[in-house]
Design a protein around this ligand. Structure first.
Ligand code: FAD
Length: 438
């Protein structure tokens, strides 16, 4: 690889990097996106659900595109509470299923990168950015794991007026740029493990009661994570299921638990055994989810550099937002880069515009609103063990009340609540849950 020079170099071809690259390429900016995977999406793993409104920001014709890079429109969505003995479902059917789609990243990101190429973005896959070029604290480019040329094995250097870090949760380059102080702590990330389980399409549609490219997206709470702070997920694809669990890394470390073992135990739950019967595992993978929130938010810009998406920790686990926040932040960084290029000023003074845009956005406001979420989830273990069990017991009693005096049933239900959490305990939990939102 010869030495090159670009206006903007983007590190990482996930939704954050690609959306940023598409916007810049559309404006004719000389932009290079470097992706370490074989192709965009090849290394990426998520649940997952993609949100139409965010994709439309970069591909206005979505979802009226051919081929469709997503799996099924999310027609049914909600929570499934797992007790040891069974489940209680809280699912709602959506009036407009096309608001969100289940997706597999290898397909979705690859499609988005094809779209980006058509817009004129230069994408170099199979190349890892190993360092930043920094001159008097101004970032001036990147260094990659490719030789400079056939006869010069030294790593190639690529000049850039602006470098945009869309490197995902591991954020090593953001650290190198001094935008974050040290690596994240185990209590700041969730470790998710996921399997894609193949089933014949007709069988899948029969088992889940879905049809016509419509599907289910469910978050799983309770026994699925052995009652530990975390959740599971179950999404229907065309002819496969995306199933996984995510648990705070600190909990796994403290209890010396292996996530794959928890996943295996979860799959042995009678409810899932029925759904997965005969399924073949197509893929298995693990990935971290950044949940450091506002407290761990890095500095979003420096001299000649900005950081977007997961690398900045822009996820909202409560509302399953990640890809959309990656896209929005990529677009905000692109707008700022355009402004900087127009002014010919790549100093912090102009790149600060990215942080200003970010602070105006709902992403920042949400991070601020949920500033106590991580601590709340880690401290309130009742949410993951007591309540799912309690809900199941209450429903069991309620729906087997035939032939009995109902006042007795209500007394028994009250008895369950008293025994498991106590009336004051429940009230306290409702108040602290409410406080999260206000
Ligand atoms: C289990 C799980 C379930 C999730 N479910 C959902 C969901 O349902 N809906 C949702 O919206 N979000 C979900 N998310 C979150 C979502 O996946 C992320 O928020 C989103 O992918 C972030 O996009 P990104 O572009 O910032 O980072 P990534 O998607 O992680 O992309 C980063 C890219 O950078 C590349 N890269 C990294 N370092 C280098 C380097 N040095 N040189 C070159 N390339 C590099 C990587 O290969 C990768 O392609 C989920 C995440 C997980 C782990």
């Amino acid at each position: 690889m010869e030495n090159y020079s670009f206006d903007v170099v983007i590190v990482g071809g996930g939704p954050a990097g690609l959306s940023c690259g598409i916007k810049l390429a559309e404006k004719g900016v000389n932009t290079l996106l470097i992706e370490k995977g074989r192709f965009c999406g090849s290394k990426n793993l998520f649940g997952g659900v993609i949100y139409t409104s965010s994709v439309k920001e970069i591909v206005p014709e979505f979802p009226e595109v051919n081929p469709l890079p997503v799996e099924r429109a999310v027609a049914e969505e909600g929570y499934i509470f797992f007790s040891k003995r069974g489940v209680v479902k809280l699912l709602h059917t959506k009036a407009n299923p096309k608001e969100a789609f289940t997706a597999l990243r290898a397909k979705f990101d690859a499609w988005l990168s094809e779209y980006a190429l058509k817009k004129g973005l230069l994408i170099v896959p199979k190349t890892k950015v190993i360092d930043l070029k920094i001159n008097h604290s101004q970032v001036t480019g990147v260094i990659v794991d490719r030789p400079q040329s056939f006869d010069n094995p030294k790593p190639a250097e690529i000049e850039a007026k602006i470098v945009i870090l869309a490197e995902g949760v591991n954020r090593l380059l953001a650290e190198r740029a001094g935008l974050v102080q040290g690596p994240f702590k185990p209590e700041e990330v969730v470790l998710a493990v996921k399997e894609v389980i193949q089933l014949p399409k007709e069988e899948l549609e029969k088992r889940f009661g879905v049809k016509e490219n419509k599907g289910l997206a469910a978050e799983l709470i309770g026994e699925i994570t052995l009652g530990l702070p975390g959740t599971g997920f179950l999404y229907t694809n065309q002819n496969s299921l995306s199933f996984g669990i995510g648990i705070f890394l600190s909990t796994l470390v403290d209890l010396n638990l292996k996530p794959y073992e928890i996943l295996e135990r979860a799959k042995a739950h009678s409810y899932l055994q029925e759904l997965f019967k005969g399924g073949e595992i197509l893929e298995y993978g693990a990935h971290l989810i950044p949940e450091w929130g506002i407290e761990g938010l890095p500095r979003l810009y420096g001299k000649g550099i900005m950081v977007v998406g997961d690398a900045a920790g822009l996820v909202n686990p409560l509302f399953r937002e990640g890809t959309n926040l990656a896209i929005y932040s990529g677009l905000m960084a692109a707008e700022t880069a355009l402004e900087a290029l127009e002014k010919g000023d790549f100093s912090e003074k102009t790149l600060k515009g990215y942080e200003e845009r970010f602070r105006e956005s709902y992403i920042y406001k949400d991070l601020l609103l949920f500033k106590n979420l991580k601590v709340f989830l880690l401290k309130n273990k009742h949410l993951f063990d007591t309540y799912p069990e309690m809900i199941y017991e209450i429903f069991t009693l309620y729906f087997s009340a035939q032939g009995r005096y109902k006042k007795e049933i209500m007394k028994e239900i009250l008895g369950i609540i008293r025994k498991k959490r106590g009336i004051w305990g429940v009230l306290k939990d409702i108040i602290s849950w409410g406080r999260l939102f206000w």
